[in-house]
Design a protein around this ligand. Structure first.
Ligand code: GLP
Length: 248
């Protein structure tokens, strides 16, 4: 695992977008998995800008949505569906056949999980998984304590996730569960990237980098990834102690 630190959120997002663009240029039929959330928003903007400006062909890409709030309709502006459609799927003109998203209104979420796992398998696995990090260290909805042996699954949300998650919605939302890709997907992805920005993420980033691999800090699993990167702005990196700068 390698850490890279950028001056600010803008430079972090620009560089992250460049990684995705280069991936698609090198392998046009790449399978790319993205998180939604505040962190990757500007990265998405730069991906679309670069793809348009340099005519990068996304028509063979497969796009996988990392997670979704259970019970929230895709039309809700706080849903992950809404984020993916607005920020990537529509501006990049991806077709429905190219896109795999969890249907979190389904009566049978187990079937949704199986369908997602089969889709990922049938397109040859994930080339790049790009995730944010929750304040409790979650990636996707893999909350603290989640088994590292899982593929797609449904998870009860932590109190902190329920509280923080309200920021995506226009009104108070009774969030309870999330449907998410699992650590197995993360570990098996050919490249795994965690991005984080801002002082609010500094404490959990420090723990992720410094406290070894533990299911209590789900993002720490990246420490064992053979091609894993943590991309940070200076604020998110500000608490990493000098002893761990060798990972830079
Ligand atoms: C959310 C999502 C994650 C996201 C993370 C960080 O709850 N389930 O996919 O990456 O928390 O979100 P943000 O980037 O808004 O801080």
């Amino acid at each position: 695992m390698q850490i890279k630190i950028f001056k600010d959120y803008n430079k972090l997002s620009f560089a992250t977008a460049e990684i995705i663009i280069n991936q698609v240029k090198e392998k046009p039929d790449s399978v790319i998995c993205f998180a939604s959330g505040d962190t990757p928003k500007l990265t998405c903007h730069y991906i679309v800008e670069k793809a348009t400006k340099h005519r990068v062909d996304f028509s063979k890409v497969t796009f996988v949505g990392l997670d979704e709030w259970v019970g929230i309709p895709p039309s809700d502006s706080g849903s992950c569906h809404f984020f993916f459609r607005k920020n990537l799927i529509e501006p990049l003109h991806l077709t429905e056949a190219q896109v795999h998203l969890f249907k979190a209104l389904s009566n049978d979420l187990k079937v949704e999980c199986i369908k997602m796992d089969e889709s990922i398998l049938s397109c040859g696995g994930i080339d790049i998984i790009l995730v944010g990090i929750g304040l409790n260290g979650h990636i996707g909805f893999n909350e603290p304590g989640t088994s590292p042996e899982l593929y797609s699954h449904v998870k009860d949300l932590d109190a902190l996730t329920i509280q923080t998650g309200q920021k995506y919605f226009n009104h108070t939302m009774p969030l309870q569960k999330g449907i998410t890709l699992g650590f197995k997907h993360f570990n098996e992805a050919k490249k795994a990237i965690i991005i984080a920005n801002g002082l609010k993420k500094a404490e959990i980033i420090k723990k992720t980098v410094e406290e070894g691999i533990s299911i209590e800090i789900p993002a720490s699993i990246i420490n064992q990834h053979r091609n894993g990167y943590i991309l940070l702005d200076e604020e998110a990196a500000s608490l990493i102690s000098p002893d761990f700068k060798h990972k830079l």
